[in-house]
Design a protein around this ligand. Structure first.
Ligand code: ZN
Length: 515
């Protein structure tokens, strides 16, 4: 049953608190690790101890060895890539890996298996997993003006790893949770289900504290200066994030802010720290032109080719399918699945690709799983597509899950449509789950099939021109205010001949997302 419901808690939590993705994934591994420790009585005592952190000099309780830390980070990193995907630009990936490695080499933990990538996510975010696995989003790449700014974000995330913030947090939580753990920790997949049910509580959430953030800023400043970057650019990043978070009529705040609050305070503190430095920052690198060349053409905002929602109707132009989810459910589109959760977070519908090449094979391997009892399979046609479905029960230690699975063939692919809830709630949700699953159909609207993403373009202006004129000339699909923020300038800015300016090309076809 491992794979069937493994994402239940993950998605539920993502839906509930999309801002804490990295930490949420990490926490799950912390909990499975706790399970391991509980299975080996005494293990935690052998590992435990207060040790001084190399980066901060502080003494902390640490129940997690470095190899465990790396193992956890590596697994969680695999989850991040599976759910968000890597941005498909090998030059950009190489660049971020090289830049990150250069910064990490200047840290107190140079020998970790440092891994840096750009994930295919339009929101402005960056996060670190234990062991040195760091992701920045393509959204963040677009909002950065130069290499020094990007370095400041990456160096900050390196600071969380070298200061071992998540490791200490997990160690503290292990102590407080050992009394509560019981048998459920041993079966993480079930534990995740109960997390979803209890999503409102959020008690298991791993979050950095304000002090952790200041410390990561402080360490990040150290690493970027050692690597030769102008540290004043860190302040520019805080200013930009502050402006995005004020909304400017464009919608969502960047996720980085949710886990990294109060950019104003932090920028003041960093400014003070910079003022006390006895070095000439003016001689350090910023590298604007090289950076802008690199991000020229990066996808901007949501990429409709990867599937998108209009209200609760989901379209996937690349895979050529669509369906309508229940109107008041929360939805999320990830690389490996599209998921909707009921308003109470107690029922889920999930669409993913099945590995088998036929609906019959896919159904057989699904319904034969241990712990799952299927009712009679029905072979039918849903909107002209060959489909095999059945209702099922799945016994867990916590409760009985009840649901329906359908396997649908379309264009050589087999889709797994899964809807489920707790046994007692099945009568309440059966019709709405079955109805949504029966809405799966081939996407035929040519205007949707043709959709392309917006892209960032770097232009060099040939004469004095205002941002507003440029926006008009270039038929900007995004607001003037958004252009001002991504250029880290004001809406009434003027440019001179030779200046490089970020603009956005394409049509805003999805919805006004605010990126
Ligand atoms: Zn941070």
């Amino acid at each position: 049953m491992n794979n069937v419901f493994r994402s239940f808690g993950h998605y539920g939590r993502r839906l509930a608190r999309a801002d804490d993705r990295g930490a949420g994934i990490m926490m799950r591994y912390a909990l499975s690790l706790l399970g391991l420790l509980l299975l080996a009585p005494g293990a935690s005592l052998i590992l435990s101890g207060c040790a001084s952190n190399l980066a901060t000099g502080e003494r902390h309780l640490n129940l997690i060895s470095e190899s465990q830390e790396i193992e956890m980070g590596k697994e969680a990193d695999g989850q991040v890539i599976a759910s968000l995907g890597l941005y498909p630009d090998s030059a950009l990936q190489r660049y971020v890996q090289e830049l990150g490695t250069k910064l990490a080499r200047n840290s107190e933990r140079p020998n970790l298996p440092w891994t840096f990538h750009v994930v295919d996510d339009p929101v402005v975010n960056a996060f670190a997993l234990p062991g040195g696995f760091i992701s920045v989003t393509r959204g963040l790449m677009v909002y950065m003006m130069n290499e020094a700014e990007l370095s400041s974000v990456i160096a900050h995330e390196i600071g969380h790893v070298t200061a071992q913030h998540s490791v200490y947090r997990m160690s503290e939580q292990q102590l407080t949770q050992i009394g509560l753990a019981g048998g459920m920790m041993i079966k993480p997949e079930l534990q995740r289900y109960s997390e979803l049910v209890n999503a409102g509580l959020g008690v298991l959430y791993l979050k950095y504290s304000r002090d952790d953030e200041s410390q990561a800023d402080h360490l990040g400043l150290r690493y970027m200066i050692r690597a030769g970057y102008d540290a004043r650019e860190m302040i520019e990043v805080f200013d930009m994030l502050g402006r995005v978070s004020q909304g400017s009529g464009t919608g969502r705040a960047p996720e980085w802010l949710a886990t990294h609050p109060n950019p104003e305070n932090r920028s003041g503190r960093i400014q003070k720290e910079i003022d006390t430095l006895a070095i000439n920052l003016g001689t350090l690198a910023v590298n604007q032109n090289g950076y802008l060349r690199l991000i020229d053409g990066v996808v901007f905002g949501q990429n409709p080719r990867e599937g998108f929602f209009r209200d609760n109707h989901f379209y996937h132009p690349e895979l050529e399918f669509e369906l309508a989810f229940p109107s008041d459910w929360q939805t999320v589109n990830q690389k490996d699945a599209v998921v909707a959760a009921s308003p109470n977070q107690d029922a889920i519908i999930q669409i993913s690709m099945a590995k088998a090449s036929s609906a019959g094979d896919a159904a057989r391997s699904f319904f034969q799983q241990e712990g799952l009892t299927a009712e009679r399979e029905e072979t039918s046609t849903i909107n002209g597509l060959h489909t095999v479905s059945a209702q099922f029960r799945a016994q867990s230690e916590q409760q009985v899950l009840r649901g329906r699975a359908s396997f649908v063939e379309l264009e050589g692919n087999t889709y797994q449509l899964l809807g489920y809830t707790g046994e007692q709630l099945w009568p309440k949700y059966q019709d709405v789950i079955t109805g949504a699953m029966r809405d799966f159909r081939r996407l035929t609207d040519p205007s949707i099939l043709r959709m392309q993403p917006m892209r960032l373009a770097i232009i060099t202006v040939s004469q004095r021109v205002s941002l507003e004129q440029l926006a008009r000339q270039e038929r900007s699909p995004v607001l003037l205010e958004t252009l001002a923020i991504i250029n880290q300038t004001e809406a009434n800015a003027q440019f001179n001949a030779g200046d490089r300016v970020k603009i956005v090309n394409g049509e805003e076809i999805v919805s006004r997302m605010g990126y």
